[in-house]
Design a protein around this ligand. Structure first.
Ligand code: NAD
Ligand code: UD1
Length: 332
C-alpha cells in the first residue's frame, strides 16, 4: 500500500517513515526541506534498506502536488508538513498562516479530487490552551495563544467540517505532547538551527558546552517543585502511534482526535537531574523569570488512544534523555 508522507524528512516524519517501511508500506515523501536536510533520505535507507520516493516540493504549489498523486496510487496520507516554531509564528504570523493553511487546503483539495480520503494529521497539545484540569482528555475545550497554535486549531476545524460534509473521509487528528529522543541507530534525531527554544535541545547544548547554562523559566509554579511539568514522549513511540492511527483510518470512516503522550508529567528540574545522571554530564542552570505564555502543567490522559488505537508509549524518560544526548554525540 502506498502512503504519502508530507514533511517526511523532518524530525517526527522521518521516524514515522522508518516505521512505515519496516511495516512494509510503500512510502512517498513530499518535503521542501525548509526545516530538514536531504541526507535524511540516505539515513532512512541505511536503517531500513529501503529508499522512499522523494519529491522536494512545496505543498503550497498545488500543481506539483497533483503531479505526485498522478504518478502514484496513494491510498492514505500522513500530513506532518508545517512550520512549528511558536516564537517565530508570533513574529511572522502571515508566514505561518500561509504555509500551514494553504498547504493543507491544497492537500485536501487534491485528495478530494483524486478520491483519496484517508488522512492522519499532526496536531498538538497546544490546542488545549491553558487546561483547567489534568490530565488532559480529548473532549476538553480548545483554544490557542499564538499563531502556530491557531493554524493547528483551524486545520482541526477544517477536517471536522470536511468530514461533516462527506462521511466517506476517514481522519485521525493526533495531538502530540512533547516529543524528544532519537532513533536508536542515532542516524535520525532533532537538529534545531541556532539557539533552541525547547527544553531538551537546550539541555543538550548546555551539556555539550555549546551553551553556558540552562535558564529555567520559573520556579514558582504550583507544581511538585515549582518548575513546569510536561508529558515527554519518545519520538520512536510517537512514530509507532502513527502506524496505529493509519490502521485506524484504513479500517473506519470517522474523524477523531487522539492524545499521544505517556500520561506522566515530569518537571524541568526532574529532567535536568535525570539527564545528568543518565549521561554523566553536568548541566548548570539558573532560575529566571517565567516565559510568557507558558503554562504550569500539561500532561495527557492517554486512555482514549490506548482503547481506540491500541497505542501505549513503551520507552521511559531514561531512554529519552539518553537517546537525545547520544544522537548529539554521534552527529557532531
Ligand atoms: P519538522 O520541522 O522537523 O518537520 C516538518 C517538515 O515539514 C520539515 O521537514 C519541513 O521541511 C517540511 N515542510 C514545512 N512546510 C512545508 C511545505 N509548505 N511544503 C513541504 N514541506 C514542508 O517538525 P516536526 O517536529 O517533525 O513536526 C512535524 C509536525 O508535527 C508539524 O506539523 C508540527 O507542527 C507537529 N508537532 C510537532 C511537535 C514537536 O514538538 N516537534 C509537537 C506537536 C506537533
Ligand atoms: C512547546 C511549544 C508548544 C508545543 C509543545 C509540544 C513553545 C513555546 N511551545 O511547549 O506549542 O505544543 O512544545 O511540542 O515552543 N523550559 C525552560 N528552559 C528552556 C526551555 C524550556 O525552563 O530553555 C521549560 C518550559 O518553561 C516548560 C518546559 O521546559 O516548562 C518545556 O518547554 P518546551 O520544551 O519549550 O515545551 P512546551 O512549553 O511544552
Amino acid at each position: 500500500m502506498q502512503v504519502l508522507v508530507t514533511g517526511g524528512m523532518g524530525y517526527i516524519g522521518s521516524h514515522t517513515v522508518v516505521e512505515l517501511l519496516e511495516n512494509n508500506y510503500e512510502v512517498i515523501i513530499i518535503d521542501n526541506l525548509v526545516n530538514s536536510k536531504i541526507d535524511v533520505l540516505d539515513k532512512i535507507e541505511k536503517i531500513t534498506g529501503k529508499r522512499p520516493d522523494f519529491y522536494p516540493y512545496d505543498l503550497c504549489d498545488k500543481e506539483l502536488l497533483k503531479k505526485v498523486f498522478m504518478q502514484h496510487k496513494i491510498e492514505a496520507v500522513i500530513h506532518f508538513a508545517g512550520l512549528k516554531a511558536v516564537g517565530e509564528s508570533v513574529q511572522k504570523p502571515l508566514l505561518y498562516y500561509h504555509n500551514n493553511l494553504i498547504s493543507t487546503l491544497n492537500l485536501l483539495e487534491v485528495m478530494k479530487e483524486i478520491d483519496c480520503k484517508k488522512l492522519v494529521f499532526s496536531s498538538s497539545a497546544t490546542v488545549y490552551g491553558s487546561p483547567k484540569e489534568l490530565p488532559i482528555k480529548e473532549d476538553f475545550p480548545l483554544s490557542t495563544t499564538n499563531p502556530y497554535g491557531s493554524t493547528k486549531l483551524f486545520i482541526e476545524y477544517m477536517l471536522k467540517d470536511l468530514y461533516q460534509s462527506d462521511p466517506t473521509w476517514s481522519i485521525a487528528i493526533l495531538r502530540y505532547f512533547n516529543p524528544i529522543g532519537a532513533h536508536p541507530s542515532y542516524l535520525l534525531g532533532e537538529n534545531p538551527n541556532g539557539i533552541p527554544n525547547n527544553l531538551m535541545p537546550y539541555i543538550v547544548k548546555v551539556a555539550s558546552k555549546e551553551l553556558d547554562h540552562l535558564n529555567i523559566f520559573g520556579s514558582d509554579y504550583p507544581t511538585k517543585d515549582g518548575t513546569g511539568v510536561r508529558d515527554y514522549i519518545h519520538v520512536v513511540d510517537l512514530a509507532k502511534g502513527h502506524i496505529k492511527a493509519l490502521e485506524k483510518v484504513l479500517s473506519t470512516n470517522k474523524v477523531d482526535c487522539y492524545n499521544l503522550g505517556t500520561g506522566i508529567g515530569y518537571s524541568v528540574l526532574e529532567m535536568v537531574e535525570l539527564f545528568k545522571k543518565v549521561n554523566q554530564v553536568d548541566v548548570p542552570y539558573q532560575i529566571v523569570e517565567r516565559r510568557a505564555g507558558d503554562i504550569a502543567e500539561c500532561y495527557a490522559d492517554p486512555t482514549y488512544a490506548q482503547k481506540e488505537l491500541g497505542f501505549t508509549a513503551e520507552k521511559n524518560l531514561e531512554d529519552m534523555v539518553r537517546d537525545s544526548y547520544q544522537y548529539f554525540l554521534h552527529n557532531q
